[in-house]
Design a protein around this ligand. Structure first.
Ligand code: BTN
Length: 263
């Protein structure tokens, strides 16, 4: 089978004209981590995008490793300069998950796709994509790094303990990642602009349609602290609403959500 490698020209061809002049692409065969590359790259007012065929130190949330087999999946990071407060980061993390859903939607892949708060993408209880958002501050400016890993063509990844899936498994076909990446950049551009101009409210409704945890008995792990309750969607800041088993209503700002085993 022919393997399509990452191709800057193909990606650029698919980027919308209003974005293309703002984007600077960095494509590597191998790199430690695309997020790390953008953390260390000189600050500019461009949208800096880093992609790699493989990552030797792919980083996940909570210090986990992100497996990055060669030329199979998408390892993508984008650095954006924002005129916003740091407290937009929760909503930004939510809209990045929504961005992935919209990207898949444009490729006609929607059946059974869900978002697990704050931004893991799931299909049939298996993880399809993950997001790692980091931020940088310099001279009163805020730069955010949006790291996205999407399992595209992998059919086998060794050493993974948690259930995972790929677009190839969902659709039974091989995908050219370049097309998905252009789409992802366009959707990200549109959604970040919309978030900055109109706020988060418009995204809440979209979220409800794809909420993987809604009404489920879940646990939230925050370091050594574990909170149990029933998930009740998100509020206007993108925080998770939870009714604890004591009936107390609380708001969760961070942590790793898991569905309780007896669900
Ligand atoms: C998670 O679900 O734990 C987040 C995974 C994020 C992985 C992506 S792959 C591209 C970017 N570079 C990294 O080192 N991590 C993110």
């Amino acid at each position: 089978m022919k393997i399509n490698l990452l191709n800057a020209n193909l990606i650029k061809t698919g980027i919308e004209t209003n974005l293309i002049n703002k984007v600077s692409l960095h494509i590597f065969d191998s790199i430690d981590s695309t997020n790390l590359f953008l953390k260390n790259l000189t600050l500019t007012n461009k949208i800096e995008i880093c992609l790699a065929e493989t990552q030797t130190k792919g980083r996940g949330r909570f210090g986990k490793h992100w497996h990055s087999p060669y030329a199979e999946n998408i390892y993508f990071s984008a650095r954006w300069q924002l005129n916003a407060e740091l407290n937009t980061l929760t909503t930004l993390s939510i809209i990045t998950g929504i961005t992935i859903i919209k990207t898949l939607d444009a490729l006609n892949i929607t059946q059974g796709i869900k978002i697990k708060w704050p931004n893991d993408i799931y299909w049939q209880n298996k993880k399809l994509a993950g997001i790692l958002i980091e931020s940088l501050h310099k001279d009163n400016k805020l730069f955010i790094i949006i790291g996205i890993g999407i399992n595209v063509n992998s059919t086998e990844i060794t050493n993974l303990t948690n259930p995972w899936c790929s677009l190839a498994e969902i659709t039974n076909q091989y995908w050219d990642r370049n097309i998905i990446i252009s789409n992802l950049i366009n959707q990200l551009g549109t959604n970040i602009k919309q978030l900055m101009q109109n706020g988060f409210a418009e995204f809440s409704q979209f979220w409800q349609k794809y909420d993987y945890l809604y009404d489920k008995q879940i646990t939230i792990t925050q370091g050594k602290n574990i909170i149990s309750g029933v998930a009740k969607g998100i509020n206007k800041h993108g925080q998770l609403k939870l009714i604890k088993n004591t009936n107390q209503k609380i708001i969760i700002n961070s942590g790793e959500a898991s569905i309780a085993l007896h669900n």
